[in-house]
Design a protein around this ligand. Structure first.
Ligand SMILES: [Zn+2]
Length: 1010
């Protein structure tokens, strides 16, 4: 046979675009439109209904950026449409708000109500219809709440844009209404269109030399021959009949099995503010509910309890419908977290609370406990997560993001992921490499082709539906799923829940491979640093929450004060929301970060008040003596952990001016700051060992060009390292305070358009130099690092993560090591040799890099650098401009426990109040068994919950004693449900004895004896 394949394929495509697609609707008729533009922020339906609507013509501009316009749409279905008959037609409203060609969810969208206020469905790009129940002569009367959201991402050129802030976005309309019709869908043509789409998609993926490929092509060619191009409607059945036997051929016995899960990965904020996400959820969920009414097989999975909570608050009718479907098992709460958070930066307790708040919500509202952690899009995954997942009673983990790695390919798609403590969790990366699948032939083939477990496992998950900005699954996607249930040449698609997938995957793959440690994303490394105020808001809030819960618990136990459950819960919910994977990482528009900063400020006011009330109750009437409250799990300045007592008298300090700089010395260390304000010597007086390498001073600010190739707020590219300058010149170096037990040297510098003042303080009783860096930052596309070359030989560095720490090599032997050129740490990093090391702690910095250099005299030195500030210009062109205050503490300590102690101290300053001393409510006798949280139980029984973890990375034994009369003590999971004891080995004096493995998390529930 002559080969005319290319021509045939082109002919089929033209037939579809020129004949079939235009025939999807048999006829249409314009509706009458009037409009009311909301002056500013969105209003509820009832408020909009009472406004004065004015006539509006198709083709007219509407919608300033971030505005809302309500369209009142009325009309009658033309009487003469009865000539088309009722069979194989469907009456719909068709809306084109002036949609852009780009992505759904990144532009105009609308929510459609009937006049009684019932939500019918949303209209958005690729999903722009609303089904009508009426036939010819029937009345059409709906309201469309149209959001004129600007397309911030635009064409992903990452150029600075003013539209991410309402104040700078402009007020001119950005859309033009194109269509508002009643129309008659030809369902036979629609089905034919779907048949062709699926077969074309499959054909393009199959190898050209397969008989099946040619068979599909010839059948499609036959359709174009047989159908009348001038009467597509009348000959659609003819076309479908030709394709039916082709579609009926079953899948190969070895075909890859795909569990398709309806999904809409709605980012809780990103290139739109949180308030718009609330509406995005309503739009997407209304699409989903409408589709569920039509297709009983459709299952939709949605994560983020927060998004359901928004529906409950703002759209109670929609929420009631969601609840019905959730109980039925079709609207599936998945993941069990409050939001799909970042997992690099949230603290241990916060990550536990993501699951506590999320799962509790789903169990309370729907009686459903999600067992899968569902984080398709977060930017890398902490090695602490497997244990946290298990400790929350969950079993499975899903992400897709690691496929975005720039350098290395993850070897597994289905595997056991092992955390720092050894806990393993069954994990899946969908090989389809998207969480926004259309179920296209190309995507299905990709899932099968890429699946790396082939031969051992043959099932993968595909999340389908428009995501990011929402939209969700469409009827076209469901049609694709139906056609690929069993289709020769295609993977077999079955719509099911994530749970069904995991059970099948786990059951059919008894010995999956193991990946140990973090799932580091080789991408988006700037997210540890961008939007520093959001970072510091998170860190401060987490520690205020710790203090508020600890002291409020103590006040309740000791004085009978009411425990402020609601206030603390509300604060947690704000903090958990702000840990969303585009907020805390700093990758959102200006509006989002402005709101985050405002909400952090409000949380601060609220929690400071909770703390102040608790401290006042605990300290009692003013006795004229100052006591210091210490919320750290370690003693600070003579005040025992978690107690209040007078601090020890200030130890003496020696201060000497030398060569334009200063020497500060206490009983533990001698610090030399030179005339440039640099740290030129740090000597451990107990051994005489110098920690600063000769000729390589510390406390060096370094300024780098920071112009990533793409994704500005997200990415820190490796090439930044080649363009740095050291800011060595000081404007002044002065001793600004010297008092008993404390001396401070202030260093000021000027660079670019910015100024920096650093206060370097040595306290009498600490082996650390505390540095407060105050930067008035007006650079753009620059990175500011603070460097400490250290005279220790360290093959690896420990970085604090949730409930422990992770070791990462300081060398770059492999491509995996080299790609890890910027890493996330929480309160501290530690580098050392056995018995001697240094901790660099911080109060709000996450980004670090730790490398090695050749040492003068032999060996290597280790350089620890903190990434203090960036200034990306997309998506927030003014990111990070202004004043920042960042605390760093560098200290000598033999091991990681000393580093942990320093980390807590920097983040939990003592609070001095006049009054009486307070005994701790809980005491751990083992230095490495650390108290992470003390709170009252969620069930409001009055039981005390204490969460501890092993912080050294070694087996430990000790006892935990309670400073109140205890009744029963049980071990629980994160959800505070009793579990089999694994750590408690017996009773101790008013407490328990514990034996814990490395990094083990232990939660105790303690009832109070009456
Ligand atoms: Zn996302």
């Amino acid at each position: 046979m002559h080969d005319n394949t290319t021509l045939i394929r082109a002919r089929i495509r033209r037939f579809v675009s020129e004949r079939v697609t235009p025939a999807l609707y048999r006829t249409s008729s314009p509706l009458t439109i009037s409009a009311w533009e909301v002056p500013d922020e969105p209003v509820p339906f009832a408020e909009a209904l009472g406004q004065e609507f004015t006539p509006f013509a198709i083709g007219s501009p509407w919608g300033k950026p971030w505005g809302t316009t309500w369209f009142h749409v009325t009309g009658v279905v033309p009487e003469d449409w009865s000539r088309f008959g009722q069979l194989e037609t469907r009456t719909e409203i068709l809306v084109d708000l002036g949609f852009l060609s780009g992505q759904a969810g990144f532009q105009a969208e609308g929510l459609v109500y009937n006049p009684e206020g019932r939500i019918l469905k949303a209209v958005e790009p690729f999903n722009n219809y609303v089904p009508l129940e009426v036939g010819p002569g029937g009345v059409v009367d709906v309201y469309v709440e149209a959001a004129s959201n600007p397309d911030v991402g635009s064409d992903w050129t990452f150029l600075p844009t003013p539209v991410g802030d309402k104040a700078t976005a402009g007020t001119e309309p950005i859309y033009r209404l194109r269509r508002m019709d009643v129309a008659l869908l030809d369902t036979a043509v629609w089905q034919l269109d779907r048949d062709i789409w699926t077969l074309l998609g499959l054909m393009e993926e199959l190898s050209a030399d397969l008989p099946r490929t040619a068979e599909i092509m010839r059948a499609l060619e036959a359709v174009t021959d047989a159908m009348d191009p001038d009467d597509v409607s009348g000959t659609a059945h003819l076309g479908r009949a030709i394709l039916a036997p082709i579609l009926a051929l079953p899948a190969y016995a070895s075909a890859h099995r795909i569990v398709a899960v309806g999904h809409a990965h709605i980012d809780s904020a990103w290139l739109w503010p949180v308030r718009e996400t609330v509406r995005k959820c309503a739009r997407t969920f209304s699409n989903v509910l409408q589709l569920m009414d039509e297709d009983p097989n459709f299952i939709f999975a949605c994560s983020s309890a927060q998004q359901y909570a928004w529906m409950k608050e703002h759209y109670p009718q929609l929420f009631a419908r969601i609840r019905e479907r959730a109980i039925e098992g079709r609207f599936v709460p998945v993941g069990g977290m409050w939001v799909e958070s970042d997992t690099n930066m949230p603290g241990g307790e916060a990550l536990a609370r993501q699951l506590l708040a999320g799962k509790s919500f789903f169990m309370r509202e729907f009686g459903v406990e999600p067992l899968e952690v569902w984080l398709p899009d977060s930017f890398g995954y902490t090695a602490a997560f497997p244990q946290i997942v298990a400790a929350a009673g969950s079993k499975y983990f899903l992400t897709q993001k690691i496929s975005w790695n720039e350098t290395n390919t993850m070897p597994h798609h289905t595997f056991n992921w092992e955390g720092i403590d050894g806990t393993r969790v069954f994990t899946h990366f969908p090989p389809v490499d998207t969480y926004n699948s259309l179920l296209s032939g190309e995507e299905l083939a990709r899932a099968q082709r890429q699946y790396s477990e082939k031969g051992a496992s043959n099932v993968s998950l595909v999340p389908f539906g428009y995501g990011d900005g929402g939209g969700g699954p469409t009827r076209e996607m469901l049609a694709a799923a139906k056609r690929t249930e069993s289709l020769e040449g295609s993977p077999s698609v079955r719509i099911a829940s994530p749970r069904a997938f995991f059970e099948e995957a786990e059951g059919s793959y008894p010995n999956p491979p193991v990946w140990s440690g973090e799932l580091y994303l080789e991408f988006h490394r700037g997210t540890y640093t961008s939007q520093a105020k959001t970072k510091s808001g998170n860190r401060r809030s987490e520690h205020l929450l710790r203090e508020a819960e600890l002291w409020a618990t103590a006040a309740t136990l000791r004085t009978g004060a009411d425990y402020p459950h609601e206030r603390i819960e509300a604060a947690w919910q704000t903090v958990l929301l702000n840990q969303f994977h585009d907020i805390l990482p700093g990758s959102s528009i200006a509006w989002v970060h402005q709101v985050a900063e405002q909400t952090y400020a409000a949380v601060r006011v609220e929690l400071e008040d909770v703390i102040a009330q608790a401290l006042a109750a605990l300290a009692g009437p003013d006795a004229g003596e100052l006591v210091a409250f210490n919320a750290s799990p370690f003693a600070v300045s003579g005040v025992a952990a978690l107690s209040a007592a007078p601090r020890t008298a200030p130890a003496t300090l020696r201060v000497e001016a030398r060569d334009g700089g200063f020497v500060l010395e206490n009983s533990a260390v001698r610090v030399v700051i030179d005339a440039r304000g640099l740290l030129v010597s740090l000597v451990d007086l107990s051994t005489g060992r110098e920690a600063v390498p000769a000729g390589e001073p510390g406390n060096v600010l370094q300024l780098f060009r920071d112009t990533p190739t793409q994704w500005d707020a997200w990415d820190l590219d490796e090439h930044y390292q080649r363009t740095g300058v050291e800011l060595l010149e000081a404007d002044s170096v002065d001793l600004v305070s010297q008092e008993p037990g404390r001396a401070t040297v202030r260093v000021t510098r000027t660079f670019g358009s910015s100024t920096v003042a650093q206060d370097l303080t040595l306290l009498g009783d600490q082996a650390t130099l505390d540095i407060v860096t105050r930067v008035d930052w007006h650079e753009r596309q620059k990175l500011l690092k603070l460097a400490f070359p250290l005279d220790v030989h360290a093959d690896r560095a420990a970085s604090e993560i949730q409930f422990g720490h992770i070791y990462r090599p300081t060398h770059v032997n492999t491509s995996w090591d080299a790609a890890r050129f910027e890493t996330c740490a929480h309160r501290w990093v530690f580098v050392g040799e056995p018995g001697f090391g240094l901790a660099v702690a911080n109060d709000s910095t996450y980004g670090h890099d730790i490398g090695r250099r050749t040492r003068a005299g032999g060996g290597t030195t280790t350089t620890v650098r903190e990434s203090l500030l960036r200034a990306p210009t997309f998506p927030d062109p003014s990111a990070d401009q202004g004043v920042h205050v960042l605390r760093t503490s560098i200290g000598i300590t033999p091991d990681v426990i000393g580093a942990a102690e320093q980390g807590y101290r920097v983040n939990l300053p003592l609070r001095e109040v006049s009054g009486a001393a307070v005994e701790p409510v809980v005491t751990s006798t083992c230095a490495s068994i650390v108290v992470e949280a003390v709170k009252l139980a969620e069930d409001r029984s009055g039981d005390v919950i204490v969460r501890l973890y092993e912080a050294r990375g070694a087996r430990a034994t000790g006892s935990v004693q309670f400073g109140f009369p205890v009744g029963q003590i049980v071990e629980t999971d994160i959800l505070e449900r009793t579990v089999e004891p694994v750590a408690v080995t017996g009773a101790a004096d008013n407490g328990v004895r514990l034996s814990v493995r490395a990094f083990q998390i232990v939660t105790l529930r303690v009832s109070v004896a009456s």
